[in-house]
Write a protein that binds this ligand. Structure first.
Ligand SMILES: Cc1cc2nc3c(=O)[nH]c(=O)nc-3n(C[C@H](O)[C@H](O)[C@H](O)COP(=O)(O)O)c2cc1C
Length: 305
């Protein structure tokens, strides 16, 4: 049998396989260089950038481990749009696979400004972060409302010809409604889920363990909740869905694909194993071989109910 076809398309971006790295895990790619063959993956989504640089939240503590996961409240620390395009992007492009920029801002105009500047760059696609729980303005404040999510998506759509991916928050009652609003506003894909708003407390001091008080929960603890949301969204939209949330191995990724994800992103697992996404990819290949499935597309949304 010939090798299964793993190709995935999101607008004009063609990925050689469905495995991506999730935004924020990998920085701009600098820190992880040499730890695994990231160029073998379908796409690398870099840390969210904003029009101006941001310092983020106080360093102690921005992350804390919890059962089956972690909390983070980085607060969108980033180098800003200009330094990203000038210094970070050229290095990331050396990985030799699709580089996706993730953008955020306080207003829809901020998002459009970033998208316009990136339109002339070599990023393969733009992910719109309307789902960060760790900033006071912007971020999830857009993503919890279908209309505001659509407004930001439309502003970015008008500012670039690059494929646009709207990244959704699970901190809503009806994530499918937000996904549909983004699709109607011109998104080429939706990605989900960003982290769940969450808190952990030191009972001795009675203080939150995170300096910011609350943060976002990621890792295996959120996986079944993420799989369900991908299932709900995939039934509501006809654009591709990128699934993520606690993917640790190929079996986890396959759950998302069978639930309806055309591609998957690996996040927190990279902190335990920098080669986690590569392991996921080879496990998906093995599964397709073992089940004599000749293309990943045949598996997407193949859930039997
Ligand atoms: C330390 C950390 C930083 C993150 N930063 C971002 C970010 O800048 N932009 C974004 O869209 N998502 C960010 N995320 C969310 C992840 O991209 C992903 O949606 C989430 O963690 C769920 O996947 P996982 O359980 O595999 O990590 C971050 C997650 C973590 C743990």
């Amino acid at each position: 049998m010939t090798a299964p076809d793993l190709t995935v398309r999101i607008g004009s971006m063609t990925m050689k396989n469905p495995v991506m790295i999730a935004s924020g895990i990998f920085g701009y790619g600098d820190e992880f260089r040499g730890l695994a063959d990231y160029g073998a993956l379908g796409a690398l989504v870099l840390k969210t950038i904003t029009p101006q640089p941001r310092a983020g939240n106080p360093p102690a503590h921005r992350t804390v481990e919890t059962s089956g996961g972690m909390l983070n409240a980085i607060g969108l620390e980033n180098v800003g749009l200009e330094a990203f395009i000038r210094e970070k992007l050229p290095l990331a492009l050396e990985y030799g696979t699709n580089i996706v920029a993730s953008i955020a801002g306080d207003t829809a105009d901020d998002f459009a400004h970033c998208a316009r500047a990136l339109d002339a760059s070599d990023v393969a696609a733009i992910e719109i972060n309307i789902s960060c729980p760790n900033v006071k303005q912007g971020g999830m404040a857009f993503g919890i409302h279908a209309e505001a999510s659509a407004e930001v998506t439309a502003a970015v759509r008008a500012a670039t010809r690059k494929p646009v991916i709207s990244k959704l928050t699970p901190n809503v009652t009806d994530i499918a409604a937000v996904a549909v609003a983004c699709e109607r506003a011109g998104a080429d894909a939706v990605s989900l889920i960003n982290t769940f708003s969450a808190m952990a407390i030191d009972v001795e001091t009675r203080r939150p363990l995170l300096a910011a008080g609350a943060g976002g929960l990621s890792g295996p603890a959120i996986r079944p909740a993420a799989v369900y949301r991908v299932h709900q969204v995939a039934q509501a939209v006809s654009i591709p869905v990128v699934g993520m949330g606690g993917i640790w191995n190929a079996n986890d990724a396959l759950e998302f694909i069978i639930a309806g994800a055309s591609a998957v992103a690996v996040g927190t697992a990279l902190y335990a194993d920098p080669a986690a996404a590569n392991r996921v990819l080879s496990g998906i290949r093995d599964y397709l071989d073992r089940h004599a499935i000749d293309g990943i597309a045949h598996l997407v949304g193949s859930l039997k109910l």
